[in-house]
Design a protein. Sequence first.
Length: 158
Amino acid sequence: MHPKKTVFHNKGNLLRSLGSEALINNPVLHLGMCFSTNCWHRDPHGLPWVEYLHQGSSKIWYGIPHSESDKFRKAAEKLCPSFVQNKGIWMPSDILMIPPDLLLKEGINLTKTIQRPGEYIFVFPKSYSSSICTGFTMSESAYFAVQSWVGSLPQIIQ
């Protein structure tokens, strides 16, 4: 994939205007092993991102759309109250892993997909995701911003 060469230089990527020195424009390499997880998270800027699985085993992904944000927060407050902050960014990074079946019981609409080597996962703006590795994995992710993302900035910076 080489996100630095493709995602960063894409003319539709507004983050390109920040320059290549901006940390947000640097791709991230992820190495995982069996049962490595990425806890529930959302980019604090509401940015979309793409992850490419270079090699290894499959990854199981779960996603919660932005439209379910309020319900997800209420479920998190109920299921793990000590991990929810009373702030704009209510969920600290990488600490909250709620099993999908519990979220479904709370009425949260979520999706599950399996990513195999050579496949991309696109995470939509302001949505939540988590993943579990089924063995050794090597993937790479990069943020991007399109024109439609600019319209959500007033909500994001509140």
